[in-house]
Design a protein. Structure first.
Length: 198
């Protein structure tokens, strides 16, 4: 009886094709493609700037010329500055891109089909894990430890085997699950005039 209420997981190739096809159909609509790009950029900026709040504050309020402010802020992004390793940069960009796709799909689903708890809840969880593990392993670990210490969990989380990249990987998994659940919720409908596979 309890299995009925558990969400399904993408376990077959057809599930992954459903996710890809549904995302492609939603993003083929110009308004949702623009929303997805905006959410990707916003998510990337939010993740990067949240890891460097004092520097961002200085860039925005310090006595600098506009060109220097822009240069300083742009240098915080992966593959532009040196703040992220290649793996961290790739994970950060991938989490941000999935965040944008997820936001576009959830927005489409809410507008066309109404609210779905599994899709909406998964998106929120994915955003939280994306913020925790966006790029700086130490910051994500420290933030999570601060939150979990309220519940009596010790600082043994500092000794994570992947140096905190677990949070970015968890964000990827959570966002992929959210995208699947939204696509599954839209199964049998039509997006941009094309049917979503049954």
């Amino acid at each position: 009886m309890a299995r009925r209420f558990l969400p399904s997981l993408p376990t077959s190739g057809s599930d992954w094709r459903l996710m890809g096809r549904t995302a492609r159909l939603v993003l083929s609509l110009p308004a949702y493609a623009a929303l997805g790009l905006f959410a990707t950029g916003f998510g990337l900026a939010l993740f990067v700037f949240s890891l460097n709040i004092p520097l961002v504050s200085f860039a925005l309020s310090g006595d600098l010329a506009l060109a220097r402010r822009i240069t300083l802020l742009v240098s915080l992004f992966p593959f532009v500055g040196t703040g992220f390793s290649t793996i961290q940069g790739l994970l950060l960009v991938l989490v941000s891109a999935l965040f944008g796709v997820d936001i576009a799909m959830v927005s489409y689903h809410l507008r066309e089909h109404g609210f779905s708890l599994s899709g909406g809840g998964g998106s929120a969880i994915g955003a939280v894990f994306g913020a925790l593990g966006a790029g700086c392993a130490a910051c994500g670990s420290a933030l999570l430890i601060g939150i979990l210490s309220l519940f009596g969990i010790s600082t043994t989380l500092l000794f994570l085997p992947l140096d905190g990249l677990e949070f970015a990987l968890l964000a990827l998994v959570t966002l992929l699950l959210s995208i699947y659940w939204v696509a599954d919720g839209m199964r049998g409908g039509r997006v941009a005039g094309c049917p979503v596979d049954l």
